[in-house]
Design a protein around this ligand. Structure first.
Ligand code: PXP
Length: 250
Protein backbone atom coordinates (compact mmCIF):
# COMPACT_ATOMS: atom_id res chain seq x y z
CA UNK A 1 0.00 0.00 0.00
CA UNK A 2 0.99 3.60 -0.56
CA UNK A 3 2.85 5.57 2.10
CA UNK A 4 -0.17 7.68 2.98
CA UNK A 5 1.38 10.08 5.45
CA UNK A 6 4.78 10.76 3.81
CA UNK A 7 5.96 14.01 2.26
CA UNK A 8 4.50 14.74 -1.15
CA UNK A 9 7.17 14.12 -3.78
CA UNK A 10 8.02 16.66 -6.47
CA UNK A 11 9.04 15.21 -9.82
CA UNK A 12 10.51 17.78 -12.19
CA UNK A 13 9.80 17.32 -15.88
CA UNK A 14 12.71 18.65 -17.96
CA UNK A 15 11.20 18.15 -21.45
CA UNK A 16 10.97 21.84 -22.17
CA UNK A 17 14.64 22.53 -21.58
CA UNK A 18 15.07 20.19 -24.54
CA UNK A 19 12.36 22.11 -26.45
CA UNK A 20 14.48 25.23 -26.09
CA UNK A 21 17.64 23.40 -27.12
CA UNK A 22 15.99 21.90 -30.18
CA UNK A 23 14.63 25.29 -31.29
CA UNK A 24 18.19 26.18 -32.30
CA UNK A 25 19.78 22.77 -32.85
CA UNK A 26 23.04 22.07 -31.02
CA UNK A 27 23.48 21.05 -27.40
CA UNK A 28 22.32 24.02 -25.32
CA UNK A 29 20.53 24.39 -22.99
CA UNK A 30 21.25 20.87 -21.79
CA UNK A 31 18.24 19.12 -20.17
CA UNK A 32 20.58 16.80 -18.29
CA UNK A 33 22.21 19.80 -16.62
CA UNK A 34 18.71 21.00 -15.69
CA UNK A 35 18.00 17.57 -14.20
CA UNK A 36 21.20 17.76 -12.13
CA UNK A 37 20.33 21.26 -10.90
CA UNK A 38 16.79 20.10 -10.05
CA UNK A 39 18.26 17.17 -8.15
CA UNK A 40 20.58 19.51 -6.20
CA UNK A 41 17.60 21.78 -5.46
CA UNK A 42 15.68 18.88 -3.91
CA UNK A 43 13.69 17.25 -6.71
CA UNK A 44 12.49 13.82 -5.61
CA UNK A 45 12.57 12.55 -9.17
CA UNK A 46 13.07 13.60 -12.77
CA UNK A 47 10.50 13.02 -15.49
CA UNK A 48 11.33 12.92 -19.19
CA UNK A 49 9.05 12.04 -22.11
CA UNK A 50 10.74 10.49 -25.12
CA UNK A 51 8.12 11.20 -27.75
CA UNK A 52 7.98 9.16 -30.93
CA UNK A 53 8.84 12.25 -33.00
CA UNK A 54 11.72 13.22 -30.60
CA UNK A 55 10.46 16.78 -30.60
CA UNK A 56 12.11 17.54 -27.24
CA UNK A 57 13.89 14.75 -25.35
CA UNK A 58 16.11 12.60 -27.58
CA UNK A 59 17.55 9.13 -27.03
CA UNK A 60 20.97 10.36 -25.91
CA UNK A 61 19.30 12.48 -23.18
CA UNK A 62 17.81 9.30 -21.74
CA UNK A 63 21.21 7.57 -21.95
CA UNK A 64 22.85 10.42 -20.06
CA UNK A 65 20.06 10.73 -17.50
CA UNK A 66 20.37 7.04 -16.72
CA UNK A 67 24.14 7.41 -16.30
CA UNK A 68 24.14 10.50 -14.12
CA UNK A 69 20.92 10.78 -12.09
CA UNK A 70 20.88 9.82 -8.44
CA UNK A 71 17.13 10.38 -7.99
CA UNK A 72 14.65 8.10 -9.79
CA UNK A 73 13.85 8.65 -13.45
CA UNK A 74 10.20 8.55 -14.43
CA UNK A 75 10.38 7.65 -18.13
CA UNK A 76 7.24 8.72 -19.99
CA UNK A 77 6.46 6.93 -23.21
CA UNK A 78 3.72 5.79 -25.57
CA UNK A 79 2.82 2.09 -25.57
CA UNK A 80 4.82 1.24 -28.68
CA UNK A 81 7.21 -1.59 -29.39
CA UNK A 82 10.11 0.80 -29.91
CA UNK A 83 9.58 2.49 -26.53
CA UNK A 84 9.21 -0.82 -24.75
CA UNK A 85 12.61 -1.89 -26.11
CA UNK A 86 14.22 1.36 -24.94
CA UNK A 87 12.66 1.02 -21.48
CA UNK A 88 13.76 -2.59 -21.17
CA UNK A 89 17.30 -1.62 -22.11
CA UNK A 90 17.49 1.14 -19.49
CA UNK A 91 15.19 -0.24 -16.78
CA UNK A 92 14.33 3.17 -15.28
CA UNK A 93 12.78 3.35 -11.83
CA UNK A 94 9.35 4.08 -13.33
CA UNK A 95 7.71 3.96 -16.71
CA UNK A 96 4.66 6.16 -17.23
CA UNK A 97 2.53 5.10 -20.18
CA UNK A 98 0.91 8.07 -21.89
CA UNK A 99 -1.28 8.44 -24.97
CA UNK A 100 0.50 10.19 -27.82
CA UNK A 101 -0.74 11.87 -30.96
CA UNK A 102 1.71 13.42 -33.38
CA UNK A 103 -0.48 16.45 -34.09
CA UNK A 104 -1.03 17.39 -30.43
CA UNK A 105 1.02 20.12 -28.81
CA UNK A 106 1.09 18.29 -25.47
CA UNK A 107 -0.43 15.14 -23.96
CA UNK A 108 -4.10 16.02 -24.24
CA UNK A 109 -5.87 13.35 -22.26
CA UNK A 110 -5.48 10.19 -20.26
CA UNK A 111 -4.81 6.75 -21.69
CA UNK A 112 -7.74 4.62 -22.90
CA UNK A 113 -7.13 1.53 -20.78
CA UNK A 114 -10.57 -0.11 -20.56
CA UNK A 115 -10.85 -0.77 -24.32
CA UNK A 116 -7.25 -1.98 -24.60
CA UNK A 117 -7.03 -4.06 -21.44
CA UNK A 118 -5.62 -7.27 -22.88
CA UNK A 119 -3.14 -5.53 -25.13
CA UNK A 120 -1.90 -3.25 -22.36
CA UNK A 121 -1.69 -6.07 -19.80
CA UNK A 122 0.64 -7.91 -22.18
CA UNK A 123 2.55 -4.73 -22.92
CA UNK A 124 3.34 -3.80 -19.33
CA UNK A 125 4.10 -7.32 -18.05
CA UNK A 126 7.76 -7.37 -19.25
CA UNK A 127 8.29 -3.86 -17.90
CA UNK A 128 7.12 -4.97 -14.47
CA UNK A 129 9.24 -8.10 -14.69
CA UNK A 130 12.25 -5.89 -15.49
CA UNK A 131 11.65 -4.09 -12.17
CA UNK A 132 10.09 -0.85 -13.46
CA UNK A 133 7.16 0.62 -11.58
CA UNK A 134 4.44 0.94 -14.18
CA UNK A 135 2.33 4.06 -14.05
CA UNK A 136 -0.62 4.90 -16.28
CA UNK A 137 -1.44 8.52 -17.15
CA UNK A 138 -5.19 8.57 -16.82
CA UNK A 139 -8.31 10.73 -16.55
CA UNK A 140 -10.34 10.79 -13.32
CA UNK A 141 -12.62 8.02 -14.55
CA UNK A 142 -13.60 5.02 -12.44
CA UNK A 143 -13.80 2.66 -15.41
CA UNK A 144 -10.30 3.53 -16.59
CA UNK A 145 -8.82 3.33 -13.09
CA UNK A 146 -10.42 -0.06 -12.48
CA UNK A 147 -8.95 -1.27 -15.78
CA UNK A 148 -5.49 0.12 -14.89
CA UNK A 149 -5.62 -1.87 -11.68
CA UNK A 150 -6.76 -5.01 -13.48
CA UNK A 151 -3.92 -4.91 -16.00
CA UNK A 152 -1.36 -4.83 -13.18
CA UNK A 153 -0.25 -1.19 -13.10
CA UNK A 154 1.18 -0.20 -9.70
CA UNK A 155 0.64 3.55 -10.12
CA UNK A 156 -1.81 5.91 -11.79
CA UNK A 157 -1.03 9.51 -12.61
CA UNK A 158 -4.16 11.65 -12.75
CA UNK A 159 -4.25 14.12 -15.66
CA UNK A 160 -4.77 17.54 -14.10
CA UNK A 161 -4.87 19.35 -17.47
CA UNK A 162 -8.64 19.89 -17.72
CA UNK A 163 -8.73 21.31 -14.18
CA UNK A 164 -5.81 23.68 -14.93
CA UNK A 165 -7.28 24.79 -18.27
CA UNK A 166 -10.67 25.53 -16.66
CA UNK A 167 -8.92 27.60 -13.99
CA UNK A 168 -6.97 29.56 -16.62
CA UNK A 169 -10.16 30.23 -18.59
CA UNK A 170 -12.02 31.42 -15.49
CA UNK A 171 -14.55 28.59 -15.81
CA UNK A 172 -14.72 27.89 -12.11
CA UNK A 173 -17.73 25.57 -12.32
CA UNK A 174 -15.81 23.17 -14.58
CA UNK A 175 -12.63 23.62 -12.53
CA UNK A 176 -14.40 22.67 -9.30
CA UNK A 177 -16.15 19.72 -10.95
CA UNK A 178 -12.82 18.43 -12.29
CA UNK A 179 -11.25 18.85 -8.88
CA UNK A 180 -14.07 16.94 -7.21
CA UNK A 181 -13.73 14.07 -9.70
CA UNK A 182 -9.99 13.91 -9.06
CA UNK A 183 -10.57 13.96 -5.30
CA UNK A 184 -13.02 11.05 -5.52
CA UNK A 185 -10.91 9.09 -7.98
CA UNK A 186 -7.69 9.46 -6.03
CA UNK A 187 -9.48 7.96 -3.01
CA UNK A 188 -10.92 5.20 -5.20
CA UNK A 189 -7.54 4.35 -6.77
CA UNK A 190 -5.92 4.29 -3.35
CA UNK A 191 -8.63 1.93 -2.09
CA UNK A 192 -7.60 -0.51 -4.86
CA UNK A 193 -3.99 -0.35 -3.67
CA UNK A 194 -2.76 1.87 -6.50
CA UNK A 195 -0.19 4.58 -5.79
CA UNK A 196 -1.58 7.94 -6.94
CA UNK A 197 0.38 10.67 -8.72
CA UNK A 198 -0.92 13.77 -10.52
CA UNK A 199 0.33 16.23 -13.06
CA UNK A 200 -0.01 18.31 -16.20
CA UNK A 201 -0.35 22.06 -16.39
CA UNK A 202 0.11 22.66 -12.66
CA UNK A 203 1.41 26.06 -11.54
CA UNK A 204 1.53 28.15 -8.36
CA UNK A 205 -2.18 29.03 -8.72
CA UNK A 206 -3.46 25.51 -9.24
CA UNK A 207 -1.16 23.24 -7.23
CA UNK A 208 -2.63 23.69 -3.73
CA UNK A 209 -5.96 21.80 -3.96
CA UNK A 210 -4.33 18.87 -5.79
CA UNK A 211 -1.43 18.74 -3.33
CA UNK A 212 -3.99 18.58 -0.52
CA UNK A 213 -5.46 15.25 -1.68
CA UNK A 214 -4.09 12.89 0.99
CA UNK A 215 -3.80 9.93 -1.39
CA UNK A 216 -1.60 11.76 -3.90
CA UNK A 217 2.06 11.02 -3.17
CA UNK A 218 3.78 12.62 -6.18
CA UNK A 219 3.27 15.61 -8.47
CA UNK A 220 5.08 15.83 -11.80
CA UNK A 221 5.50 19.40 -12.94
CA UNK A 222 7.42 20.69 -15.95
CA UNK A 223 6.35 23.44 -18.30
CA UNK A 224 5.51 26.03 -15.64
CA UNK A 225 8.63 25.37 -13.55
CA UNK A 226 10.97 25.57 -16.54
CA UNK A 227 9.27 28.79 -17.69
CA UNK A 228 9.42 30.31 -14.21
CA UNK A 229 13.09 29.39 -13.90
CA UNK A 230 13.89 31.84 -16.73
CA UNK A 231 12.88 34.61 -14.33
CA UNK A 232 14.05 33.36 -10.97
CA UNK A 233 16.27 30.33 -11.55
CA UNK A 234 15.30 26.68 -11.27
CA UNK A 235 16.14 26.28 -7.56
CA UNK A 236 14.03 29.26 -6.38
CA UNK A 237 11.18 28.33 -8.79
CA UNK A 238 11.14 24.82 -7.31
CA UNK A 239 11.44 26.12 -3.74
CA UNK A 240 8.24 28.14 -4.10
CA UNK A 241 6.42 25.09 -5.54
CA UNK A 242 7.77 22.97 -2.70
CA UNK A 243 6.52 25.51 -0.14
CA UNK A 244 3.02 25.50 -1.64
CA UNK A 245 2.96 21.70 -1.71
CA UNK A 246 4.09 21.42 1.91
CA UNK A 247 1.62 24.10 3.05
CA UNK A 248 -1.22 22.28 1.28
CA UNK A 249 -0.30 19.16 3.16
CA UNK A 250 0.09 20.78 6.59
N1 PXP B 1 2.85 14.11 -16.18
C1 PXP B 1 2.71 13.58 -17.41
C2 PXP B 1 2.32 12.16 -17.51
C3 PXP B 1 2.95 14.36 -18.56
O1 PXP B 1 2.80 13.82 -19.79
C4 PXP B 1 3.39 15.69 -18.41
C5 PXP B 1 3.69 16.52 -19.61
O2 PXP B 1 4.71 15.95 -20.35
C6 PXP B 1 3.54 16.19 -17.11
C7 PXP B 1 3.24 15.39 -16.01
C8 PXP B 1 4.02 17.58 -16.85
O3 PXP B 1 3.13 18.51 -17.39
P1 PXP B 1 3.54 20.03 -17.45
O4 PXP B 1 4.76 20.12 -18.29
O5 PXP B 1 2.35 20.69 -18.05
O6 PXP B 1 3.80 20.46 -16.02
Amino acid sequence: MTDYAGRLRLGVNIDHVATLRNARGGDLPDPVRAAQLAEEAGADGITAHLREDRRHIIDSDIDRLMETLRVPLNFEMAATEEMQKIALRHKPHAVCIVPEKREERTTEGGLEVAREENKLAGYIAPLREAGCRVSIFIGADERQITAAHRIGAQVIELHTGAYCDAHAEGDFETRDRELEMMREMSAYAHSLGLEVHAGHGLNYDTVTPVAAFPEVVELNIGHFLIGESVFRGLGPAMAEMRRLMDDARA
